[in-house]
Design a protein around this ligand. Sequence first.
Ligand SMILES: O=C([O-])CC(=O)C(=O)O
Length: 172
Amino acid sequence: MTAAAATPAFPATCDLCDARRGDTSGAFRVLAPVFRHFGARSAFHGPVATIKCFEDNSLVREAVQRPGEGRVLVVDGGASLRRALVGGNLAAAAARNGWAGIVVDGCVRDVAELQALALGIRALALVPMATDKRGAGEADVPVQIQGTWVRPGDWLYADADGMVVSERAMHA
Ligand SMILES: O=C([O-])CC(=O)C(=O)O
C-alpha cells in the first residue's frame, strides 16, 4: 500500500498494481517507465482516445479541438525523437477543451508553456522541431505504446510512479 495522502482523488498506480499483481489476463497493463512528466498536472486519469501518426500531428490538432470530456489522448508517434507532436498551442487547446491528459510515444516542445498548463503531459523527450502537416495518421485505433497495447476506451491512470491501463475503470 502507498502511504496515504489525505484523501486521494483516485487510486495510486502502486495500489492498482498491488490489486492486480497476479493478473495475467492482459486486462491490466503497466506502461514502460520511460516517459517524462511535462504539464502541471502530474496525476491524471480517464478513458482513452487514441491517435497513431508519425512526424505529422494533423490528427492530434483535430482531436484537441474537440471536447475532451475528461479523456486521455494517447498518441502513438512511433517513438520518433525527431519531431514534436504536441507543443504549447495544442496542449493549451487540450486543457481548454477538457482533456485530462496527453501521453505521447514521441516528443513534445515548448516546455515552459507545457509546465504552466493544468493538463497531464507525458512524452519520451523534448525536441524543438515541429512536424509536417499532411493529414496523415489514424484515430481511434489500438496502438502500441513502447510495446504495450492501449485501446480506445481503456482507462489510463498516471501519477508520479508511472502509468497503467485497464480495460475497465478501477476507481469508485
Ligand atoms: O503546432 C505544432 O505542430 C505543435 C506546436 O508547436 C504547438 O502545439 O504549439
